[in-house]
Design a protein around this ligand. Structure first.
Ligand code: GDP
Length: 598
């Protein structure tokens, strides 16, 4: 279909505001999908995605819509992942569009979770179509929401379309607005092939399927193409569009959204954000916006049973073929044996990979405390990146350490503002902006270290606000911080599985808590064991485990020989899983308990 009849858009919405329901309605209204197919499609979705209520992979859909002007348009709806871990993918998908529908639940009002994506869309000059959904609910307050659009988001209220995705109200108006307000794609005059890869999936039979948006030129079967990031060339095996099933086409032209299959064997060959061009007549430069994906969070993953190591390695390889954002390399630890250092986009991404290892590959794994990446300038002037406490240079070699920051948007009921500010301060953050949203809610804009929001920030915010708070964040560069490496010594031996990088001011507290936890899980020995938290040779917290006196069988009275034997056998078995640190043996269980509790 001609470029001027194409409209590319996506939907930005806070979770539960109705994005999925609206997408389904649009597909039904344009008769792109039948009731039957809808069921099948739902069944295809990854279990994890459904459980977590997020889309991890973007699935574009092409619809044909005959507008009131009698002309038939092609509307490409690009889905975006709904979580900040995947904000780069979101940015690339939005860059493939000319417009975005901003969905707001009219009974809830504007929420924090839409802020970062809306900023991305506005930053790319997309046309925003605000939709106020759920107007069928008695609690819906369209006027109030319009006011919020103007006040908070600077979006003209008269642009807003009232709708009920559930009852099918406003669907045609939304489609008409997409046709009328979203501009048609504009092709570059030189007409050289430029297509941006905004996602890629791996198929065991067909290899990598790249999702592309063509900005100029044409791409067709048997064409020789080149990718900018890798410089590699390929022959195109198939091109097509999503209707929503993958449907082969002869060619994709400027403005089209579709897929390209070209004999790529692993997800990292088709890098998200990369530009695809013709190998013989390449465009002079890549489309803007490409970034190498950087993992933000690292953690060690070890098999609980060391004989599972090879199996775990195979599983990781398979996961990586599918997911170029996941990285891993072998590492070993005295405490945990052989395992892997893994890099993730964020905590949710980490959880997803761990869950998949458990569910799809039946792996029982233990992961170490997550760590962010620090930038370190050494006194020698050299800059190094540190993702593992073991590799932090010695204190005297460090000139400056910088830690990653995030900008956090918090939408909370006004009555909790004091508590919330205290939490932000406890987490070493600053509130940079406070805005009243309506008579009950405020929005706080804060800057916080990423490491501080990794573990329990969201949970504590939710419980503090009785579930009414919402948050969103975006990455916000690096800032110098007084970070130090803290080691745990057990009977004077450092146990590197427990080493962490912490802020100097929090080191004592953290060290004390960890020492106490270790005291609980390390069994008594025949001698007194000292547990010490240590920074650069200085002890900042310590605990003692007193010596064991009683014989292990003493509590079995005389005659019960079976019980006695069982106990001894159990003890022997336990020994096999003990790790020796100097004079002290620590059961593997103890590591698992401490590392799992974070
Ligand atoms: P998403 O998380 O943004 O994809 O939201 P969903 O589309 O899954 O919708 C979340 C919930 O809101 C579901 O229970 C929907 O049935 C409901 N919902 C969606 N649109 C409407 C609407 O217009 N009116 C009402 N009353 N409920 C709606």
């Amino acid at each position: 279909m001609a470029t001027e009849l194409t409209r590319n858009f996506s939907i930005i919405a806070h979770i539960d505001h109705g994005k999925t329901t609206l997408s389904d309605r649009l597909l039904e209204f344009t008769q792109t999908i039948s009731e039957r197919e809808k069921q099948d499609q739902l069944l295809d979705a990854m279990d994890l995605e459904r459980e977590k209520g997020i889309t991890i992979k973007s699935h574009p859909v092409a619809m044909q819509y005959t507008a009131k002007d009698g002309v038939t348009y092609r509307l490409n709806l690009l889905d975006t992942p709904g979580h900040v871990d995947f904000s780069y993918e979101v940015a690339r998908s939005l860059a493939a569009c000319e417009g975005a529908i901003l969905m707001v639940d009219a009974a809830q009002g504007v929420e924090a979770q839409t802020m970062a994506n809306l900023h991305l869309a506005m930053g790319q000059n997309l046309i925003i179509i605000p939709v106020l959904n759920k107007i069928d609910l008695p609690a819906a307050d369209v006027d109030k929401c319009k006011q919020q659009l103007e006040d908070i988001l600077a979006i003209p209220a008269e642009d807003a379309i009232p709708a009920s995705a559930k009852n099918g109200i406003g669907i045609e108006e939304i489609l008409e607005a997409v046709v009328a307000r979203v501009p048609a794609p504009i092709e570059n005059e030189d007409k050289l092939l430029r297509a941006s890869v905004f996602d890629s999936v791996y198929d065991a039979y067909r290899g990598v399927i790249s999702y592309v948006r063509v900005f100029s030129g044409t791409i067709r079967k048997r064409q020789r193409i080149k990718l900018f990031a890798t410089g590699k060339t390929y022959e195109v095996k198939e091109v097509g569009v999503f209707t929503p099933k993958m449907t082969e086409r002869d060619e994709l032209i400027a403005g089209d959204v579709g897929y390209v299959i070209a004999n790529m064997k692993s997800a990292d060959e088709a890098k998200i954000g990369d530009t695809l061009t013709d190998a013989t007549h390449p465009c002079p430069e890549a489309l803007p916006g490409y970034k190498e994906i950087q993992p933000m969070v690292f953690s060690g993953i070890y098999p609980v049973d060391s004989s599972d190591y090879e199996g775990l390695k195979t599983a990781m390889g398979k996961l990586q073929i599918n997911d170029a954002a996941f990285s891993y390399s072998s590492e070993s630890s005295t405490a945990l044996g052989f395992g892997f250092r893994c890099g993730f986009l964020g905590l949710l991404h980490m959880e997803i990979i761990q869950e998949r290892l458990r569910r799809e590959f039946n792996m029982d794994v233990i992961s170490t405390y997550p760590s962010v990446i620090y930038e370190v300038t050494k006194t020698s002037g050299e800059d190094v990146i540190v993702d593992n406490p073991s590799f932090l240079p010695e204190p005297q070699e460090i000139q400056e350490i910088r830690e990653p920051m995030v900008k956090v948007y918090l939408m909370i009921p006004g009555e909790y503002i004091g508590d919330m500010m205290a939490l932000v301060m406890e987490k070493r953050g600053d509130v940079v902006h406070t805005e009243t949203i309506d008579d009950t809610r405020v929005m706080l804009t804060c800057e916080l270290p990423l490491s501080e929001i990794l573990v329990d920030f969201n949970d504590r915010m939710k419980s503090m606000t009785r579930g009414y708070g919402s948050m969103d964040y975006e990455h916000h560069g690096y800032r110098p911080a007084k970070m130090v490496k803290m080691d745990m010594l057990i009977a004077s031996e450092p146990v590197e599985a427990f080493s962490t990088i912490v802020h100097r001011d929090k080191a004592e507290g953290y060290g004390r808590a960890l020492a106490l936890k270790l005291k609980e899980v390390i069994p008594q020995q025949l001698f007194v064991v000292a547990i010490q938290a240590c920074i650069g040779g200085k002890i900042v917290a310590s605990e003692r485990i007193s010596a064991m006196r009683k014989n292990v069988t003493a509590k079995c009275y005389g005659g019960d020989i079976t019980r006695k034997r069982k106990l001894l056998e159990k003890q022997k078995k336990g020994k096999e899983k003990m790790k020796q640190f100097g004079k002290v043996s620590i059961p593997q269980e103890a590591f698992i308990k401490v590392l799992k509790s974070g």
